[in-house]
Design a protein around this ligand. Structure first.
Ligand code: MN
Length: 248
């Protein structure tokens, strides 16, 4: 299986999840790498993040499908994308993707889609697992554990990855903001959104989403206050994830 994903935290989560289900995983850090790697080797499935630097997932999929028109092959491609963005699903299918999983990733949904899309084993049914996102703003251990298929060690591992990566993500954001580089601010906010969303769609996820939007819109005036809000929310989320790790 080939996984194209630029967010380091999501990469580690996907690797841990897929390996646990017995998949052999090759990782690509952007769309261009995915196109090149999938040309060199055959894969039974590609998980393709939509928002990536260099070449995004839609462009990479279009390139792979163009190549396949000459070879007659068809590798299933599942999009990994933010459902908050309207029209995402349609754009993915138009680009030639076969299916779609919304971020923040939920292992139970990911494996169900892999099973439906590709006829690959989806693992045991997750009886009783929540299928709705939690309405609560706080980190909820029971809901999270259900989303991780009841696997406490995987949840702990992901929490550890988040705590290790969060300071670097925030430092990247600060550097970008001081340099006035809005593209880099948007990229850093996007990465923080992906990491925070693994645990909660509360304040940290929401502030990162807003900051990314302001930066993409070139709205420099709104960035300082959005960044303050995100810093505060990330401090809160980091505290909650540390507490979660203590319980796991
Ligand atoms: Mn991405």
């Amino acid at each position: 299986m080939l996984v194209a994903e630029d967010n380091a935290t999501n990469q580690k989560l996907l690797l841990a999840l897929l390996k646990e289900r017995g998949h052999r995983v090759t990782m690509a850090g952007n769309g261009r790498e995915a196109v090149e790697t999938s040309a060199a080797r055959r894969f039974d499935l590609i998980l393709m993040d939509v928002q990536m630097p260099e070449m995004n997932g839609l462009e990479a999929t279009a390139a792979i499908r163009a190549r396949e028109r000459e070879t007659g092959a068809h590798v299933p491609i599942i999009a990994l994308t933010a459902h908050a963005m309207s029209g995402d699903r349609e754009r993915c299918l138009e680009a030639g993707m076969d299916a779609y999983v919304a971020k923040p990733l939920r292992p139970d949904e990911l494996f169900a889609t892999i099973g439906e899309c590709c006829g690959l084993p989806s693992g045991e049914a997750q009886a009783g697992a929540a299928t709705e996102q939690p309405a609560t703003q706080a980190v909820d251990r029971a809901t999270l554990l259900a989303a991780f298929g009841g696997n406490a060690s995987l949840l702990a591992e992901t929490a550890g990855v988040f705590l290790a990566d969060a300071p670097g993500l925030l430092a990247r954001l600060r550097r970008a903001a001081h340099a006035g580089d809005l593209d880099e601010v948007a990229a850093a906010a996007h990465a923080i959104k992906g990491a925070a969303g693994l645990f909660s769609q509360g304040d940290a996820f929401e502030s990162a989403r807003r900051l990314e939007q302001h930066a993409r819109a070139g709205d420099a005036a709104s960035i300082a206050s959005a960044r303050d809000a995100l810093e505060r929310a990330m401090a809160g989320l980091t505290h909650d994830v540390e507490a979660l790790l203590g319980e796991t």
